[in-house]
Design a protein around this ligand. Sequence first.
Ligand code: PLP
Length: 383
Amino acid sequence: MTDLTSLSSLWRPEFPGLERSTYMNTCSLGQLSRRSIEAMNRYMELWMSYGAAAWYELWLGEMADARARFARLINAQPHEIAILPSVGVALSIIGSSLDYDHRNEVVITEMDFPTIPYQWMARGEEGADVRLLTSPDRIHTPLQAFADAVNARTALVATTHVYFTSGWIQDIAAISRLAHDAGALCVIDGYQAAGQIPVDVKAAGVDVYLSGGLKWLLGGPGIVFMYVREELIPQLNPTTTGWFAAKDMFKFNPERFIRAEDARRFEPGTPAVAAVYTANAGMSIIEEIGVDVVCAHTKALDADLIQRLRAAGLEPRIPADLERHAGIVMLPVDDPAGLVQGLRDRNVIIDYRPGAVRLSPYFYNTVEENQILVDAIVDVLKG
Ligand SMILES: Cc1ncc(COP(=O)(O)O)c(C=O)c1O
């Protein structure tokens, strides 16, 4: 059991926004750190004093740092990491690399973030056929459902590491094995996982793994990292592309397009450099604390919150096996939007999804804040 007080008291001064509200919404947007503020200021200063020279002298180096840092967090290599603006764009690039003639089925679950099914529904005209697996409890999808759905027609299993409306941690190693045994690829959206739980893409054997700055990596919007397994990189030829994907991008040769041999092959164009700076700063905090420590602390806070909700007579929707639960506590209520607004009026920040509110303490939160949150919920619900 981690010491729930010392880690948060050590790190709270790094996040000035925590003084302004009871913030329990990291699964939507992680808090802004002083490091990210300083990094953003540094970026603007460099832009002002170097102009375009900042690209060659500094910004490409900052991108290399970000690739290396994210790679360390998921046990990958820097050349396996592409920098992209969003999961939607990353999936479009992967989606545009596949040929749906021989294998056209894409196995997805209804618990995945909708950008995943939308991507392959939009490719219906190219032949892609979405197999949407249902969840029996709105918490998880049984492994057997994947096993039953994957076959010789499957091009891809595209699903999630930690579900955004249940916090369920999928067994991505088992899912990847099922996909590979059938000759299919396995793409994992780890947006709600990387940073808050340990990730080892090599041990899991996945082909593609995505995460980004927005949430548990504390980097803010505008940046997503896409891992593509080294051996797979040269086999994928995205048609959604641009000059950053060219092997010799600075030769500006319009007559011949030779794709880069590393994951830059999947980068279409100029990235949001400000987001590279803020993400690097956010990830440096996670690295400094250590994912294992962040994870143990966040899980302990979750368990504490669940117990306080139950003590107040509330019934969170969470997995029976807390080992498979990470970071997001769902509380079904009749009027989720009304509850979120009621809490905002009391300066407590959470968010909602259809049918339930989402509560997501992180390592910088405290058990005292858990109680403030529960008291405020009780207060709003009693009307
Ligand atoms: C699991 C998951 N995937 C993806 C996204 C976002 O995708 P995008 O980067 O395309 O906005 C979110 C939340 O914003 C999410 O929770």
